[in-house]
Design a protein around this ligand. Structure first.
Ligand SMILES: [Zn+2]
Length: 167
């Protein structure tokens, strides 16, 4: 299962990210950040990502969610337009990421997919992942719950139950 924290961007609450990360470390699971790229470099989010990659590379993953917020529907784009947009994000990431790894997956906004988008992802070397039976995903967002502690407790409960059930 992929544990995905969605819509990570330049102004994400890194206190919350860090608190969630401690839960992933406790259960030795991977926190997958689904990134919105525009303006991400050199922000507190960026520095937290670099530091966390350095310290706990086995428990953090960076994947692509989109160029900017609010989202556009990638499933509605032409092949050329989709490739262009995906490349823009990939190029930005590769320009600045240094030791952080390349993207391997694209999680389209709202999990909306199309055959054209599937082909566009193939062209730029990404796997299109929307969750579902083949790739079950746990998706949450910073700010989902009124307090960080409530979010931490919900995640802890979820991971604890999965482990109790042998996953
Ligand atoms: Zn999103």
């Amino acid at each position: 299962m992929i544990f995905r924290v969605d819509d990570i961007r330049y102004n994400t609450n890194i206190k919350e990210l860090e608190a969630l990360h401690q839960v992933f470390l406790k259960y030795d699971r991977i926190q997958t950040l689904s990134l919105i790229i525009k303006g991400l470099y050199n922000t507190p989010t960026w520095h937290w990502m670099k530091k966390t990659w350095k310290e706990t590379p086995k428990n953090i993953s960076f994947q692509l969610h989109g160029w900017k917020s609010p989202h556009i529907n990638y499933d509605k784009l032409s092949l050329n337009e989709a490739v262009k947009r995906l490349r823009k994000s990939i190029d930005y990431w590769n320009t600045y990421r240094e030791e952080m790894p390349e993207f391997r997956q694209f999680y389209p906004p709202s999990s909306l997919k199309s055959y054209t988008l599937y082909r566009a992802c193939e062209k730029v070397g990404l796997t299109l992942l929307c969750g579902g039976d083949n790739y079950p995903m746990y998706v949450c967002h910073c700010g989902d719950l009124p307090t960080i502690q409530q979010h931490v407790d919900r995640l802890d409960e979820f991971l604890k139950n999965r482990i109790t059930n042998g996953h």
